[in-house]
Design a protein around this ligand. Sequence first.
Ligand SMILES: Cc1cc2nc3c(=O)[nH]c(=O)nc-3n(C[C@H](O)[C@H](O)[C@H](O)COP(=O)(O)O)c2cc1C
Ligand SMILES: CC(C)CC(=O)C(=O)O
Length: 377
Amino acid sequence: MKTMTCIEDLRQAARRRVPRAFFDYVEAGAYSEQTLRANRADLERLTFRQRVLVDVSQRDTATTILGEKVSLPIALAPIGLGGMQWANGEIHACRAAQAAGVPYTLATMAICSIEDVAEAVEKPFWFQLYVMKDRGFVRSLVERALAARCSALVLTVDLQVLGQRHVDVKNGLSVPPALKLRNLLDMATKPGWTRRMLAAKRWTFGNLAGHVKGQQGVREVADWVSHQFDPALNWNDIEWVRSIWPGKLIIKGILDVEDARIASKAGATAIVVSNHGGRQLDGAPSTISRLPKIVEAVGSQTEVLFDGGVRSGQDVMRALALGARGCLVGRAYIYGLGAGGEAGVATAIDILRKELSVTMALTGTTSIDEVDERVLN
Ligand SMILES: Cc1cc2nc3c(=O)[nH]c(=O)nc-3n(C[C@H](O)[C@H](O)[C@H](O)COP(=O)(O)O)c2cc1C
Ligand SMILES: CC(C)CC(=O)C(=O)O
């Protein structure tokens, strides 16, 4: 991992090591990928004020998110199918996050189950919830998260229907991968991945085991989502979620000021300004362009977290400058996972930490509390 000096290095390594359909799945955005590109482009447009001759010999990247102490202002975002990037991927990622002192979010659509991860790690993690039509099953997921002592529930609200990612349709994305010649040839050229997966024997959605008939068979991901997820989900359901989850509630997928206000009134402890990494509403604005207005509207009552396009410590600094309490990072850590399992995720976090620390120094900042819009031009 020593030669991996930036997130792009990890991305290139993941591209070589992860079977094509699963690497493509990570890269993809919805439809024309306009929103996917906007997330990156709008972050890069923000330039820093270079400040000099400030004593920056003592710098601290630590802060708190939802009252939890974090060693830098990030959390690992929920990623469905994480365990298809590296065998037992969710366990690897959670261990790396906990060793680095940042929160980890386990996705409903993870390969390792809540119980698999809870058994393998020492500290609590966050659990991300998708609401499906079968509310009894949703309730049981929440009960399992409570039993596993998850420290926050991340309710994702921007995926009632799936924004199409063309490449997933073309690749016939499924778990486990269909035993087609193309997939078999691809796996043969990724022997490390294949060997680890065969040893781990975790090939399908751990949290959903036994839930739906035929779950054991090959499952086309988009097809499953469109049959199971509840398009009727609405604000009244937040009350129900609140009634079954007494702990911290993070509503993820807010991009509009009006929705931010409603989420805040509905009792969210925090919101995540997110367009799902450009994977849902193509044509939606970038997240960084919406962040300041949302912070202005609800920031004094509700913690505002940010995601979308964060690929460096500089990007973390940009989001903090515009009022985010912290950033969820998605692809940046998933590339690390595909590149090298736990060590790869640890490397990704370390890269972000060092970049943030240097950016703080060169903008004349020594603590996270000092970061505000004055660090930007
Ligand atoms: C491969 C992949 C899978 C994802 N799966 C989920 C998921 O299961 N639940 C969820 O709430 N968000 C999911 N997301 C969205 C991320 O949590 C996050 O919002 C997004 O990745 C942030 O953008 P970034 O990847 O540019 O950092 C996924 C994103 C990616 C790239
Ligand atoms: C299995 C998917 C619904 C996971 C997801 O949220 C995504 O791919 O963006």
